[in-house]
Ligand binder design. Structure first.
Ligand SMILES: [Ca+2]
Ligand SMILES: [Ca+2]
Ligand SMILES: [Ca+2]
Length: 183
C-alpha cells in the first residue's frame, strides 16, 4: 500500500527496443526535425515529400513500376501495367489542415494523375474518394494541384495516400515533390 505522495518503480526489460520518434501532426516528419527546420510540428499543412535523398522513397511503396529509383532529386520509374501505384501508409494527419496536395512531376505521355486516400473511419482506397488532374505529357515538369477538400470524405484523420502517377502502361515519369497547402 502506498503511504506517501511519491512512489518509485523500477522497470526492466529483456530485449532492446526502439522508441519511434514523435510525430505529433502525423505528416511523417518527426517533431525534432520540424522544430530544427523552423517548420510546424503541430500542423500538417507543411507536409512535404521531396525525394532529395538518394534511394529514400520517404515511405512510398511502388507497385507495377519498372526501374523505380530515387535519384537526382526525383522518384523515377515507368509504369509496367495500366495500374502503376505509389502508396504511403505512414500518415496520420488532420484532413482539415490540408486543403490541396500539389505534385511537381513530369510524364512522357499525356495522362491522368490520381490521388486516393484512406482515413481512420474510411479504410482502404475507393474510386469514391479520389482527386484526378491531367498532365499534358511531353516530358515537361508541371505542378498539378489536387483540391483535396473538394473531395467527399476528406475529413477526420488521413492515414494513407495513394498516388497513381500515370494511367497506362509503359509511361515514364519523374516526381520531384509532393507538397500540401493550408486551407
Ligand atoms: Ca510532423
Ligand atoms: Ca508539420
Ligand atoms: Ca525533389
Amino acid at each position: 500500500m502506498a503511504t506517501d505522495s511519491y512512489q518509485g518503480f523500477i522497470i526492466s526489460w529483456m530485449t532492446d527496443f526502439v522508441v519511434p520518434p514523435l510525430d505529433t501532426d502525423g505528416d511523417r516528419m518527426p517533431d525534432s526535425v520540424e522544430i530544427g527546420a523552423n517548420r510546424h510540428a503541430f500542423d500538417a499543412s507543411d507536409l512535404s515529400v521531396e525525394f532529395n535523398a538518394l534511394g529514400d522513397t520517404e515511405g512510398w511503396v511502388g507497385t507495377n513500376i519498372a526501374g523505380q529509383a530515387v535519384s537526382g532529386g526525383v522518384l523515377t520509374g515507368t509504369s509496367s501495367s495500366a495500374d502503376a501505384i505509389l502508396i504511403n501508409s505512414d500518415y496520420n494527419f488532420d484532413a482539415s489542415r490540408v486543403a490541396t496536395l500539389r505534385v511537381h512531376m513530369r510524364s512522357f505521355a499525356p495522362t491522368g494523375v490520381q490521388l486516393f486516400f484512406a482515413t481512420d473511419t474510411q479504410p482502404g482506397f475507393s474510386g469514391a474518394r479520389v482527386a484526378t488532374v491531367g498532365h499534358s505529357g511531353g516530358g515537361t515538369y508541371q505542378t498539378l494541384t489536387f483540391n483535396m477538400q473538394g473531395v467527399p470524405g476528406w475529413n477526420g484523420t488521413i492515414t494513407d495516400l495513394r498516388l497513381d502517377p500515370v494511367s497506362g502502361s509503359g509511361i515514364a515519369f519523374d516526381i520531384d515533390w509532393i507538397r500540401a497547402t493550408a486551407p
